[in-house]
Ligand binder design. Structure first.
Ligand SMILES: C=CC1=C(C)c2cc3[nH]c(cc4nc(cc5[nH]c(cc1n2)c(C)c5CCC(=O)O)C(CCC(=O)O)=C4C)c(C)c3C=C
Ligand SMILES: [Fe+2]
Ligand SMILES: [Fe+2]
Length: 338
């Protein structure tokens, strides 16, 4: 095939938003396909394949899909998986903010739309310079680095590659902390009750990854420290705590576990609690089912009365203004006059 060298088809700038991934449907078969890809990634499960494959295929993929499909079915929307629908909304909102000079698209690390397929589609549409933006504020090997691995695989298969930049983690960026602050203050003001505690719940990781040099735990703690300091000025009576959710497998995970903190807070007298998941750019099964359904049961069974799970930044204005700012900064020198 002869390369298209016409000016209209080439030289374009693109932004590719990437999030984790989600099944195509809330069914055991679709969840099995998705989990098989996700949990075969050596960045996610750092156990030698020879030991892990029999456990994955012999136990996990036989038992977990039905349980996870039930969780997904409780949060599925007319637009599909919340994570996919919201990520698409973020891409649309960013496109509007940046205008026609930039092509904005989105992809998933696992499942669909796949990262290689969207990268190729952007290249075919004339994008020769692409900013890949993993929507993970806190860096981890299992998330950010895994996106870069997949990007490397996709590039390896391309003869004519686009030039690439990648968005660095933004866990301590003043714009991210300010967006969270503004959004928390507005969401708390709109509640029917005044929470005594704000629990910042991050997705967990095996504790071992921290010892191996993964900065994820430190990034989460730093986000919490910076956000707590800002909230202390705005909502001085709110006590802010941090926890890690979603323990998976038998190994020790980062602590304290969200479930444990919810139960202990209720047992020690906290009656009204709000949860925010600052590490998730978009609401997903982890916030809408694990926190808002199962977390609520844990809190109420231990004596808690009111629990509010605050929305993630999603595609609303505070988060989109922050993302637009980060993206414009990273596109510096690639754009003129926008
Ligand atoms: C935001 C950061 C995330 C980190 C860090 C992370 C690490 C991690 N996750 C698993 C296992 C599972 N995660 C699952 C869902 C899931 N995880 C994240 C984000 C992070 N994961 C998101 C946004 C989601 C939701 C996806 C969606 O479709 O909405 C799941 C699947 C759900 C389930 O079956 O419970 C698993 C499994 C590990 C092992 C890990 C670190 C090593
Ligand atoms: Fe996860
Ligand atoms: Fe989870």
């Amino acid at each position: 095939m002869t390369p298209d060298l016409s000016p209209a088809a080439n030289g374009g700038v693109g932004v590719l938003l990437v999030n984790l991934g989600t099944p195509d449907a809330p069914t055991p078969d679709a969840v099995r396909r998705y989990l098989a890809e996700f949990l075969s990634d050596p960045r996610v499960v750092e156990i030698p394949a020879i030991a892990w494959k029999p456990i994955l295929h012999g136990v996990i993929l036989r038992t977990r899909p039905a349980k996870s499909a039930h969780a997904y079915s409780q949060v599925w929307t007319a637009a599909g998986s919340p994570l996919a629908a919201i990520t698409a909304g973020q891409a649309g909102a960013l496109q509007q903010r940046l205008g026609d000079a930039v092509t904005v698209d989105w992809a998933m690390r696992y499942g669909n739309p796949s990262l290689p397929s969207r990268l190729q589609a952007m290249k075919d549409a004339g994008c020769e310079r692409i900013l890949v933006a993993p929507l993970y504020p806190q860096y981890s090997g299992a998330t950010t680095a895994s996106v870069m691995d997949k990007l490397g695989d996709a590039l390896r298969a391309m003869r004519w590659q686009p030039a690439l930049r990648t968005l660095p983690p933004y866990y301590d960026d003043a714009a991210y902390i300010a967006a969270l602050e503004e959004d928390v203050v507005a969401q708390v003001a709109a509640l029917e009750f005044t929470p005594e505690v704000l629990l910042l719940s991050y997705h967990g990781m095996p504790e071992r990854t921290r010892k191996l040099g993964d900065p994820y735990h430190d990034h989460c703690r730093e986000t919490s420290r910076l956000l707590s300091a800002r909230l202390a000025q705005r909502l001085p009576s709110l006590r802010v705590e941090t926890s890690f959710q979603s323990r998976f497998g038998r190994a020790k995970w980062l602590e304290p576990a969200t479930e444990t903190v919810l139960a202990e807070e209720a047992k020690s007298g906290t009656r009204r609690l709000a949860i925010l998941a600052p590490g998730f750019s978009a609401d997903c099964v982890e916030t809408l089912e694990e926190l808002a359904i199962r977390g609520r049961e844990v809190f109420e069974e231990a004596g808690g009365e009111r629990l509010a799970v605050l929305a993630c930044l999603n595609d609303r204005a505070p988060g989109m203004a922050m993302l637009e700012g980060l993206v414009r900064r990273e596109l510096s020198g690639w754009l003129s006059g926008i």
